[in-house]
Design a protein around this ligand. Sequence first.
Ligand code: PLP
Length: 414
Amino acid sequence: MSLRERDPEIHALVEKELKRQQECIDLIASENYTPVEVLQATGSVLTNKYSEGYPGKRYYAGNEFIDQVENIAIDRAKRLFGVDHANVQPHSGSTANYCAYAAIMESGDTFMGMELSQGGHLTHGSPVNFSGKTYKVVSYAVDRKTEMLDYDTIKKQAMEQKPKVIVCGYTAYPRTVHFDRFREIADACGAFLLADISHIAGLIAGGSHVSPAKYADVITTTTHKTLRGPRGAIIMCKADFAQKIDKAVFPGAQGGPLDHVTAAKAVCFHNAMQQDFKDYAHQIVKNSKMLADELNSHGLRLVSGGTDNHMVLVDLTSLGITGKDAQTVLERAGIICNRNTIPYDTQKPFITSGIRLGTPAMTTRGMKESEMKEVAALIMKALKNKDNADTLASIQKDVLALCTRFPIYKDLRA
Ligand SMILES: *Cc1c(COP(=O)(O)O)cnc(C)c1O
């Protein structure tokens, strides 16, 4: 019996969500369209299996094939990122950070992470998150003037605070992260270096961002953002940390792994090793730079003046519209993005002065620089006509026409 027959209510919503994804321009920097082979692995019978433990050391029988799947996933992750060890079981990026911290810190230890409102992630020390409740957090910020990381200032702060761990890698930072500089800082103050590459993992895998493999002690990443795999995460580390990381994941924080997702991660890593993925990663950055240039030429101020990666942070102050309102107006026009604080934002986090725009999903659709020009023009038109329902409706028609030229999941039915 199919989903359609058994549960028409949920089936209809899945169909509607597919249509929404097909007909909107998705500029959420953390989203992507995972390929059908990843959907197939995620929707497979591997979801039925219990396999607490690790390959060859399971607590349940019947893991002959699951062991092979997990070993392949581990092996591919190690090759893709050039690391000693990989744990492919974390259910999400937040869980991966939870495990990584637990492996290298005791509660009450101090770590340094980027402030949430500056571009860090909740798990980098926000007071409302486990990370801020369990550990003593020293937050660092971007430079007020350049809106970029100032490694000398961060080093000074680290030398004064002597953290046990320094976390680098962000959620809303449009510039290159220089992991070599962070290694230098970590060595100088005697800290471990953790690189959270959740956002840029696909760029790193595709050779479009420097890799932390040589520099970081521990690397965490989601698999569903630029990496374009299933929703989930992995932890990688130097050999010395392998046992501690594995124990922190299981039995430390999780029970049975999601074997169907492990299989999908393996598929994702295989895809990311191909030449077309390198081209994809390269195009993401080219598209992002074009989107930035166009928005800039339309008069918008960009945080840090531009981008080196897959995202653009826009300061909307000059237009007199908040991030929250811009997000709503753009959604009415069929353009999906998220409001975002800009560094030293004067608006509350729920309102914000900015929006974050990312090109990974649009690049997956096959769009290139000329389409980014179209998208920038549509964004500007929508923001300047925020109270004009007719104009917003006509922009939505243009969005639909653009999406129709770059279809996704053509043969997919829920
Ligand atoms: C997305 C993200 C995470 C968390 O991932 P979830 O799977 O949503 O828990 C962690 N760190 C960074 C830097 C991220 O961007």
